[in-house]
Design a protein around this ligand. Structure first.
Ligand code: FES
Length: 112
C-alpha cells in the first residue's frame, strides 16, 4: 500500500463513536473525533490559550475547551461565539483499519 501525503494517526477501532482522542502525527498535535460515523481532525490546541482540547467535552459536533469553555465545531474548527476565529482542520481517511490525516490539507477557517 502506498500512502501519499497521508500520515497514520490511530487504529480505526481505537476511535469510538461520539468520542475523541489526541494524536501526534509527525509531532503535530491533532484531535480526532468520530461523530455521526465520520471522523474529523482539528488542531488539538485551543485557539484561546493553548489548552489541550482532548481533555474537554464533546457533545454532538461541539467540543468545549476544559480551560475557559470556548466551544468549537469539529466539522469546521470555527469558534462558535466568533466564527472568524477557529482551529485548523485536516482531512481524514480510513484505510486498511487505520485512520490517516492529511497534514498538508490544512484548511484556513478564515476562508470558510
Ligand atoms: S484555553 Fe481554551 S478556552 Fe481558554
Amino acid at each position: 500500500m502506498k500512502v501519499i501525503n497521508w500520515t497514520y494517526a490511530l487504529d480505526d477501532t481505537a476511535l469510538l463513536e461520539n468520542h475523541m482522542m489526541p494524536s501526534y502525527p509527525l509531532g503535530v498535535n491533532v484531535l480526532l473525533a468520530r461523530v455521526g460515523g465520520s471522523v474529523y481532525a482539528i488542531s488539538g490546541v485551543c485557539a484561546h490559550m493553548a489548552c489541550p482540547l482532548f481533555t474537554g467535552k464533546l457533545e454532538g459536533y461541539i467540543i468545549t475547551c476544559p480551560c475557559h469553555d470556548w466551544r468549537f465545531d469539529i466539522r469546521t474548527g470555527k469558534f462558535l461565539d466568533a466564527p472568524e476565529l477557529g482551529l485548523v482542520t485536516y482531512s481524514t481517511k480510513s484505510e486498511d483499519g487505520k485512520l490517516f490525516i492529511n497534514l498538508k490539507s490544512k484548511i484556513d477557517t478564515k476562508l470558510l
